[in-house]
Write a protein that binds this ligand. Structure first.
Ligand SMILES: Cc1cc2nc3c(=O)[nH]c(=O)nc-3n(C[C@H](O)[C@H](O)[C@H](O)COP(=O)(O)OP(=O)(O)OC[C@H]3O[C@@H](n4cnc5c(N)ncnc54)[C@H](O)[C@@H]3O)c2cc1C
Length: 444
């Protein structure tokens, strides 16, 4: 490794990570408009969006209008509509009648934006961040940068249940690696663990023999059934600025209660995807009358696992009867979600970061991490979990609005108009003393 070169100028803000959320901030940070000098660093050599899950027939869960910029700046050159026009596919797109687009196309739009922005740098892995008097020093594998503020957009880390961690290998892996590994499933017994959207996408693509024809597929879900995403228009009110602002004001236990009631508003399978799967299964079982080569098991949790004679033995327990059953598989694909941990590059700052009694980070309504040097140096965090701002946080719906909010705070100016409309629903007066829980913490 070459010694990182030190750059002396201090930028206004450095973004770490270039997924859609920091990309939205980068796209809205035009220097002429914001008077901010920004730079966004990404470890990958070029833009890619969850490349291991970019399956050929996977669809978005959100509208293409909820792109990087449109909600706060519809005249931005980085809108999805401008992407369609400049790629010369606007009219064909309109004729396609799609209300929900493929992840492949959205990913292409994100990459198109990322590689034309002047404030992005790829192939730049941030190794550490230190605080020096009045600025952050950001050390990457190539250069050292200085910045007054930071915005962390490093995404989430794959979650692998403890009971199967020792067996993670070529044949037992997290779903986020599937398309990158492109395994040959021909003649194999495949176990898919996890009944959310990722489990459904992988079941569908495995059933469609995208990776060869397995002899058997077993799809295991802890949930009581294969559960549909709640896409109702009233449910969509949770993904609006007004609700997020109101939610933010709740105290921690009410927040937890609200989020657990809202699970299927963000964590279910789209109705289109479910119907597609159901119709395939119906055709296979009742029309073609194929011998059964797939099983869907709900209410089952993976509780332990072993590797015996080259195959996996997975113990699953029924949530109601508590009966334990063992299934055998050659390939195990873990659709077991993601964790929201702080990235390793922030380790040096950790002693200064304030947390609540459950060791969770605390964010201001403007997404600033509460840390001991925060007076003139902000650390913004996007996609930090649902604890502070609710279920919209890990989702694309409010990415542009959140980005604009962060930029206004960074610029100390109303660069973007954020007049938040009244919601259809009257949520009651959740307002109270502004930032009451943070006040309690900062008095420590
Ligand atoms: C398969 C999938 C499909 C989804 N589909 C939808 C959808 O349709 N609608 C919706 O609303 N939400 C969807 N989501 C949820 C959410 O929108 C995405 O997870 C989104 O990618 C989150 O963006 P992000 O910017 O936080 O993180 P990521 O997209 O994970 O990007 C983080 C980036 O940071 C980089 N990075 C990390 N550490 C460093 C470092 N030290 N130095 C430099 N770079 C670093 C990583 O390489 C990565 O590129 C989906 C999630 C998944 C997993």
């Amino acid at each position: 490794m070459t010694t990182p070169q030190k750059l002396d100028r201090i930028l206004d803000c450095i973004g770490i990570g270039l997924g859609p959320f920091n990309l939205s901030i980068a796209a809205l940070s035009d220097e002429e408009k914001t008077h901010l000098k920004t730079l966004f660093l990404e470890r990958k050599s070029h833009f890619s969006w969850h490349p291991g899950l970019l399956l050929s027939d996977a669809k978005m869960q959100t509208s293409f209008l909820k792109d990087l910029v449109t909600a706060v700046d519809p005249t931005s050159p980085y809108s999805f509509l401008n992407y369609l026009v400049t790629q010369r596919k606007f009219y064909p797109f309109c004729a396609s009648g799609q209300s929900v687009i493929s992840r492949l196309e959205f990913s292409d739009y994100l990459g198109w934006t990322a590689h034309q922005l002047p404030n992005t740098q790829f192939g730049c892995d941030v190794k550490s961040v230190a605080f020096e008097q009045d600025h952050f020093r950001i050390t990457t594998d190539k250069e050292v940068f200085n910045s007054q503020h930071l915005v962390i957009g490093t995404g989430m880390q794959p979650h692998v249940p403890e009971c199967i961690q020792p067996f993670v290998s070529e044949t037992c892996f997290h779903a986020s690696e599937l398309a990158l590994r492109s395994p040959d499933l021909t003649g194999k017994r495949v176990a898919i663990i996890g009944g959310g959207q990722t489990g459904a996408d992988i079941f569908q693509h495995t059933f469609d023999k995208q990776f060869g024809k397995p002899t058997h597929i077993e799809w295991i879900s802890r949930r009581a059934n294969i559960e549909q995403l709640d896409e109702g228009c009233f449910t969509d009110q949770y993904f609006m600025p007004d609700y997020v602002n109101q939610f933010y004001q709740l105290d921690s236990s009410n927040k937890q209660q609200e989020v657990s009631h809202q699970k299927l508003a963000s964590d279910g399978v789209t109705s289109d995807c479910l119907q597609g799967i159901y119709q395939r299964l119906y055709h296979d079982k009742y029309v073609l009358r194929n011998p059964r080569w797939w099983k869907i098991k709900t209410h089952q949790s993976l509780i332990s696992s072993r590797r015996v004679n080259g195959q996996y033995q997975l113990d699953i327990q029924h949530g109601l009867t508590k009966q334990v059953e063992t299934i055998n598989a050659d390939i195990v694909i873990l659709c077991t979600g993601f964790n929201h941990d702080l990235p390793q590059c922030l380790d040096e700052l950790r002693p200064y970061i304030m947390t609540d009694e459950q060791d969770r980070i605390l964010l201001s309504s403007d997404y600033c991490l509460q840390w001991k040097g925060m007076k003139n140096n902000s650390i913004y965090i996007v996609n930090s979990g649902t604890d502070n701002h609710g279920i919209a946080e890990p989702q694309l719906s409010l990415a542009a609005w959140r980005a604009a909010k962060i930029i206004n705070h960074l610029a100390q100016d109303s660069v973007y108009e954020l007049a938040e409309d009244d919601n259809i629903i009257d949520w009651g007066d959740l307002t109270f003393k502004p930032e009451k829980h943070l006040a309690a913490v900062s008095s420590l």
